[in-house]
Design a protein around this ligand. Structure first.
Ligand code: HEC
Length: 167
């Protein structure tokens, strides 16, 4: 009996220490700013697995190729073909948002490229919805400029950072 009584206050103190942190108004700090996002791919995987395959569909669906057999128009010839271009263009556009998530963004200049990616993706989406091969070609050109621009500024430094990490 004595033992139990003696232990009781110890439990109260332990409990109130625990609850003291958990209860009460949330302090402004890391906890209340906890991000709901759960990014799955790193930037390189986002490029290789999401953005690059989607942009390839746009570029491979615009313009003409000249071979010995003659000139071939790359524009889709079926409804499904145009819908696929539209779907991949939506992936390109939304990739811009993926790149701006915490943990992926590298700041304002990065975000400006990501937003330009969204704009180019939207143009390609609109071109596909309108079944407009010329507009799709122009959107593809604009898209290419965005990829090149961001890579010129950020790709080398990403690769260099990895090399510095290497033992
Ligand atoms: C907001 C900036 C940004 C934009 C826009 C961007 N990239 Fe990237 N990209 C990067 C960075 C940074 C890397 C390097 C990632 C790394 O290696 O960690 C990269 C890497 C890549 C790679 C992988 C290269 C390799 O061998 O590892 C491919 C492929 C790629 N980008 C394709 C594209 C395409 C296609 C577009 C346009 C449709 C595009 N990227 C637009 C920033 C960008």
């Amino acid at each position: 009996m004595i033992g139990r009584v003696a232990r009781f206050p110890v439990c109260i103190i332990a409990l109130s220490l625990q609850l003291g942190c958990a209860a009460g108004p949330e302090p402004l700090g890391p906890r209340s700013e906890a991000s709901p996002f759960r990014p799955v791919t790193n930037v390189q995987q986002t490029m290789l697995w999401i953005l690059d395959p989607a942009s390839d569909v746009i570029w491979e669906s615009a313009g003409t190729i000249v071979t010995a057999a003659g000139e071939t128009d790359l524009a889709p010839t079926t409804e499904e073909g145009w819908e696929n271009v539209r779907n991949q263009a939506a992936t390109v556009a939304e990739s811009g948002n993926l790149l701006m998530l915490p943990g992926r963004t590298s700041g304002p200049a990065w975000n400006a490229y990501a937003q330009a990616l969204i704009a180019a993706g939207r143009l390609a989406m609109a071109a596909a919805e309108a079944r407009d091969a010329d507009a799709l070609f122009d959107a593809g050109g604009q898209l290419y400029v965005v990829c090149r621009g961001c890579h010129a500024q950020f790709l080398i430094s990403a690769e260099e950072a990895r090399e510095e990490d290497r033992p």
